[in-house]
Design a binder for this molecule. Structure first.
Ligand code: SF4
Length: 362
């Protein structure tokens, strides 16, 4: 018994039905990027699985606690296929800053050993349907008061140090909403990286839109950043303009020039991009662009799109798992051939690998 990579792709794409959810706070609800997931520990991999979306009710996978509540039993068509566990709540969640802000509002545990934060929980593109990304819920967790708008470098350093010391965190990821249309968050990330690296030695990835000038990449590296993600989300101009009209105003040509400049600084694989499969790009478009990116030294982290409650795409259909399997089966061996597998990377979502089963195809 044990889940195989095809079943993992299935459950990360169409989710698991689970009726016994508690108020356990390791669920990813709201926030930047893919969300509304729950973390499951399978034998050698922690994976984020959609469980909150209504479409999940159509899934042929389901879960229930074992009698002693120590395991979660996973069923496919009512046949038991695996036992998983749920990552424990980290110790650093018990702490607060001197001025009373819970550490969990400053950074959160992703997967089982990744510290993640959204440095700036707002975005110049959010709140206006002519510019916002339709899949994004970045400011929702702010409204729910589960986070704070701007995490200072000092706060991030304090939490990172505690998370490493108390919970053995293996890497940190700092993303940001886009605060302005010039450096697009690079300056804020740089200041945060400096403070974190002065406090604790931990591999660090930052994520932002391509800044307007390439000098930022070396400046980020000098501040201690190990890897950078600049996320396309959609690869065709058609889908970019349709789903994320604001971000689409930064042309693909700028993404490509930024990737080339960043690979010079961070090395191949330590520059990456998120691609959300299911927004409307065809399988061929995703494979073609991903191959071009791999040739440039950029890791295309392809993730199944999960509709998020409260966003304009809340009722958008989830993708077909077979499309993801074909994409992964094509890209996985290529990444291995180029020595750009998840294990080769220093930090980042592609290294964590919890939001996509892609690395099991490498
Ligand atoms: S892949 Fe990225 S977003 Fe997903 S759990 Fe890991 S760090 Fe978080």
């Amino acid at each position: 018994m044990g889940i195989n990579k095809q079943q993992l792709t299935d459950i990360q794409t169409i989710g698991i039905r689970w009726f016994e959810l508690d108020e356990y706070d390791l669920n990813r609800k709201g926030g930047a990027g893919p969300t509304d997931h729950k973390a499951f520990n399978f034998k050698d991999q922690t994976s984020m699985v959609p469980i909150f979306n209504e479409q999940v009710q159509q899934s042929n996978y389901s879960a229930t606690y074992s009698d002693d509540k120590k395991n979660v039993l996973i069923y496919e068509n009512d046949i038991l296929i695996d036992k998983a566990t749920i990552p424990a709540q980290p110790n650093f969640y018990q702490l607060s800053t001197a001025d009373g802000i819970p550490y969990s509002k400053i950074a959160t545990l992703h997967s089982k050993d990744v510290l993640a934060t959204t440095v700036f929980q707002k975005c110049v593109r959010y709140g206006n349907k002519n510019t916002s990304c339709q899949f994004c819920a970045i400011e929702e967790s702010l409204k729910n008061e589960t986070t704070i708008a701007h995490k200072t470098p000092e706060q991030l350093a304090e939490v990172a140090k505690a998370a490493v010391e108390l919970d053995g965190i293996s890497q940190m990821i700092m993303t940001t909403g886009t605060p302005n249309l010039k450096d697009r968050g690079a300056k804020m990330l740089l200041e945060s990286a400096k403070a974190v690296k002065a406090a604790v030695d931990i591999p660090l990835q930052v994520q932002c839109e391509p800044p307007n000038e390439d000098f930022w990449f070396q400046a980020l590296k000098d501040a201690g950043v190990d890897a950078i993600g600049m996320h396309l989300e959609a690869v065709s101009q058609r889908v970019r303009e349709d789903i994320m009209p604001g971000k689409a105003s930064v042309p693909m040509s700028r993404y490509i020039s930024a990737y080339k400049a960043a690979v010079q600084v961070f090395g191949k694989g330590n520059v990456s991009t998120y691609i959300l499969a299911g927004l409307g790009d065809t399988e061929e478009e995703i494979i073609t662009v991903s191959k071009e990116l791999i040739d440039l030294g950029v890791y295309p982290f392809v993730v199944p799109f999960t509709p998020v409650a409260g966003t304009p795409l809340a009722n958008h259909p989830m993708p077909d798992p077979s499309m993801l399997k074909r994409i992964f089966s094509t890209l996985g061996p290529l990444l291995k051939e180029k020595i750009m597998t998840s294990n080769d990377l220093k930090a980042g979502c592609a290294k964590c690998g919890a939001c996509s089963s892609m690395k099991s195809y490498e």
